[in-house]
Design a protein around this ligand. Structure first.
Ligand code: NAD
Length: 523
């Protein structure tokens, strides 16, 4: 009897264990947010989400099927009917409440960013603040929706123009700013009267779901803001759904091009922001310590996983040796650690695959003949041995034809290229295929002004290392860093998410109007 009881007990224990396991898996499964609620996806496809500091899997995210995306579009289309008719000031009040809720929940949001992306807490808070500034901007959108009016464009004829929302808009976003980049898009689209579907990166999806829940709490009607998690299948479903009016994309250049081409083919408005290789020109007359400090933050902040990271330092004239000497000391002293540790200056990379890719570029740079001044490849952190860490890397004597110069590495790897004069620096930057951001360090106003005027780059800093435009200006690059016509947020965002209508009217009282067969002119 005792043996039988023991066997039974073992069976019970096994069952309890497997129940707990499946419960835990269920608990850590990130789903979608459709029509105001967490919605289970119809597909069994999932992707793993990691904590980059520990290297351990923290969750699983469901990858939406076409049917899931179509459902979200259908709900957003229905919600558009009432939301677009609401007075802009009423919409703005909901956005204002959303702003307050983001502020109140900022610690929780930032911890989500740290745990899934890996960046350090203060940097994650900074990125959330920059996103929050777009929400603040969106609170004032009624002012920007005002049209233009001309009285008497013809005899007793008035003409005016208004901007109206497009319908269902979609945003597809990258892993490196899980809060800020989505916040560039949907608060503006929604304040303009559109409804929105966000497809965040599958690498760090939790932040978007949290933002959707907060927006609902702020009073946003169901269906106005939806989040579908997914991969290419979800993206393709958005690109081909005829009820999606516009696509905003931020990510790597090959995917940006794919989005641009396919959205246009399917008759959608599109803005697709791509990758970057940002140069910081260091002139011999500059305050070198300022330039070095600026470069340190811009090259190694967020482990170089920023589209505005400065990954090339262009040393002009004789400044090269001194620049490399000062930089190398600081790169060696970089405090690398988990984002949750307040003393860390640089966290891990987002995934093991990305870590391998970045290490691969450092290996390649050595093979290509660049001088590896600081090698961060073999860093080991006690207690975080499985984390996706790499230390800061610094290359000197990088040449224009090397792959490490031409391609975006997206890691903490700074390349120093030496040129003889300002003109060569200008040409170097202008010849690169990317055109996102750049900056120059100089004390010469004439050089600074000429640089700003002649450089073929979308965002330019003069003695400013990361010239990210504030919310009421607009963000966007040139060349292969942006496909489309409009930049993100600011007035450009309002233009992107609205279409122009011009009305011409006359109220004839008692006059008979004969048919006119000639082109109307201002009579
Ligand atoms: P990514 O291009 O791999 O992914 C971006 C988005 O596209 C994700 O949502 C992803 O799920 C989706 N996607 C990926 N492959 C796809 C495919 N084959 N078909 C359809 N959709 C696909 O970019 P990432 O690695 O997440 O982010 C890093 C890149 O983003 C870097 O190149 C960086 O420069 C760029 N970026 C640019 C800006 C900017 O403003 N220009 C800002 C942030 C990041």
């Amino acid at each position: 009897i005792q043996q039988k009881l023991l066997v039974q007990l073992k069976k019970c224990l096994q069952q309890a264990r497997s129940l707990i396991k499946s419960f835990q898996e269920e608990m850590n499964l990130i789903e979608h947010f459709i029509d105001g609620k967490i919605t289970k996806g119809s597909s069994k496809k999932t992707s793993k989400v990691f904590n980059p500091a520990t290297g351990e899997q923290s969750a699983e995210v469901n990858l939406a099927s076409k049917a899931d995306v179509d459902l979200a579009v259908q709900k957003a289309k229905r919600a558009f009917i009432d939301w677009s008719r609401k007075p802009p000031a009423q919409r703005a009040r909901v956005v204002f409440k959303f702003k307050e809720l983001i502020e109140k929940n900022s610690d929780e949001i930032v911890k989500l960013i740290v745990s899934e992306h890996g960046k350090v807490y203060a940097d994650a808070m900074g990125s959330l603040t920059r996103g929050l500034e777009v929400v603040e901007f969106a609170c004032g959108i009624p002012h920007l929706l005002k049209g233009e009016f001309s009285e008497n464009v013809g005899t007793d004829v008035d003409s005016w123009s208004i901007r109206q929302p497009l319908g269902v808009c979609a945003g597809i976003t990258p892993f490196n700013f899980p809060a800020m980049v989505p916040l560039w898009m949907f608060p503006i689209a929604i304040a303009c009267g559109n409804t929105f579907i966000l497809k965040p990166s599958e690498k760090d999806p939790s932040c978007s779901i949290k933002l959707a829940q907060l927006f609902k709490e702020a009073g946003l009607p169901d269906g106005v803001f939806n989040v579908v998690n997914g991969d290419k299948e979800a993206v393709d479903a958005l690109l081909t759904n005829k009820d999606v009016a516009a696509i905003s994309f931020v990510g790597s250049t090959p995917i940006a091009k794919y989005i641009y081409e396919n959205a246009a083919k399917n008759e959608k408005r599109v803005q697709a922001l791509g990758g970057a290789k940002n140069h910081c020109v260091v002139m011999p007359d500059c305050d070198l310590d300022q330039a070095v400090n600026g470069l340190m933050g811009a090259a190694y902040g967020s482990a170089g996983e920023r589209c505005m990271a400065q990954s090339v330092a262009v040393a002009v004239g004789k400044v090269g040796d001194q620049l490399v000497n000062k930089l190398s000391k600081k790169v060696e002293a970089l405090k690398v650690g988990p984002g949750s540790d307040k003393s860390s200056e640089m966290g891990p990379l987002v995934t093991k695959e990305h870590l391998e890719k970045v290490k691969g570029y450092v290996d390649l740079g050595v093979k290509e003949g660049a001088k590896l001044v600081v090698d961060g490849r073999n860093i080991k952190l006690q207690g975080f041995e499985k984390g996706f860490f790499i230390g800061g890397c610094l290359f000197d004597h990088v040449e224009k034809n090397m792959k490490i110069y031409k391609e975006e590495i997206f890691g903490p790897v700074l390349s120093v290229v030496r040129v003889k004069d300002f003109k060569s620096a200008l040409n170097l930057v202008n010849d690169h295929e990317f055109g996102n951001g750049t900056s120059i360090y100089t004390r010469d106003g004439d050089v600074g002004r000429t640089f700003a005027s002649k450089i073929k780059i979308g965002m330019v800093g003069i003695n400013i290392p990361i010239p990210v435009p504030v919310a009421f200006h607009s963000f966007g690059g040139w060349k292969r860093s942006l496909f489309g016509d409009q930049h993100m947020h600011g007035n450009e965002g309002v233009r992107f998410y609205t279409k122009l209508k011009t009305i011409t009217s006359r109220w004839p009282s008692g006059i008979r109007l004969d048919p006119e067969f000639v082109m109307p002119t201002m009579k």
